[in-house]
Design a binder for this molecule. Structure first.
Ligand code: PMV
Length: 309
């Protein structure tokens, strides 16, 4: 008997970094997924296609999630977990949160428990804290619930209902970076300039609320303006990089309404919104210039789990 769980990746549409300091963020689950397979074993073993040799330091946070779920369910953590993923690691698309969510859901399912999205995201946070130091929880919340969420730490996330399906363009700079280091860098700006940072955090928070409205209505042009505004705010606190700025400019020159870095920045990925039907030509243009890019349709479902013989 084994339990399988699949969790989506994610893009933060607006509000990253500032969400760590209490602002609203808007995030969407994306179609690329992590799959976790859990089966009973003699000992706790984690195997991942990312770390074929079994990098124990990288896999330790995943083991913490397994132990936390097993403890909660008064069960043994002696399980074998196999993790496979098509999300580029260090790309700002939530590969770590998605992994923690899929693993928590698979282990709970193996033990016969249905934790629900809040429970799963709480357990995923045990691993996320080890990876990032001070995560806001937005990644785990959207990877477990799916759809589009307005998120602010300390209050229940709000689901944003879309009037129809929408598409985002996602492009990877090819440069991996550490979320933990980026969070520390931005927190340094807050410490040096608390008043200025407060103003920018408020602007990012307002941007998230406005972006949720525009996206729900399907006003992609308005949403695009907000994305570009938010990119400027993120640049002001040091979250961008020359390669991100170039990729944002490239998406705009290919006809996007707006574009910004997504996730922790410093490398990683960019999201863009475009006139309906134009997303494919932007993706082709980005690929021709050597970037990994794809069109992502939203909304997508959150984590799912099931048992197999
Ligand atoms: O690197 P990512 O995609 O996991 O982005 C993290 C988003 C931050 O706002 C920078 C951190 C957080 O926990 O919210």
């Amino acid at each position: 008997m084994k339990a399988i769980a699949e969790a989506p990746s994610k893009a933060i549409i607006t509000g990253e970094h500032f969400v760590v300091h209490g602002a609203w963020a808007l995030a969407a689950a994306l179609p690329r997924r992590v799959r976790a397979e859990a089966s009973p074993s003699e000992e706790l073993t984690i195997v991942s296609d990312r770390f074929p040799g079994g990098d124990s330091r990288a896999l330790a946070p995943v083991a913490s999630v397994v132990r936390a779920v097993a403890k909660e369910l008064s069960s043994t953590p002696r399980v074998r977990v196999l993790v496979t993923s098509d999300i580029p690691e260090g790309s700002g698309l939530g590969s770590s949160a998605s992994t923690m969510v899929a693993v928590a859901a698979a282990v709970a399912r193996l033990k016969g428990a249905e934790l629900g999205p809040q429970g799963i995201s709480d357990f995923a946070m045990a691993g996320e804290r080890e990876v990032h130091g001070r995560p806001s929880g937005v990644d785990a919340a959207v990877c477990s619930r799916g759809g589009v969420l307005l998120f602010r730490p300390g209050i229940p996330p709000r689901a944003v209902a879309l009037q129809g399906r929408r598409a985002l363009v996602v492009a990877f700079t090819g440069t991996r970076r550490s979320t933990r280091r980026q969070i520390t860098r931005v927190a340094g700006v807050k410490e040096a300039f608390p008043g200025m940072f407060r103003g920018l955090a408020e602007a990012a928070s307002e941007a998230s609320l406005a972006a949720a409205e525009r996206l729900a209505e399907g006003d992609m042009k308005g949403l695009g303006r907000i994305l570009s505004f938010n990119h400027a705010v993120l640049s002001a606190v040091g979250a961008s990089s020359p390669s991100l700025d170039r990729l944002v400019d490239l998406a705009l020159s290919l006809g996007a309404y707006g574009a910004k870095l997504t996730g922790a920045g410093g490398g990683g990925s960019v999201i863009a919104v475009a006139p309906r039907g134009k997303e494919k030509s932007i993706v082709s243009g980005l690929r021709e210039r050597g970037f990994e890019a794809f069109r992502a349709e939203i909304p997508v479902v959150g984590v799912r789990s099931w048992l197999e013989k």
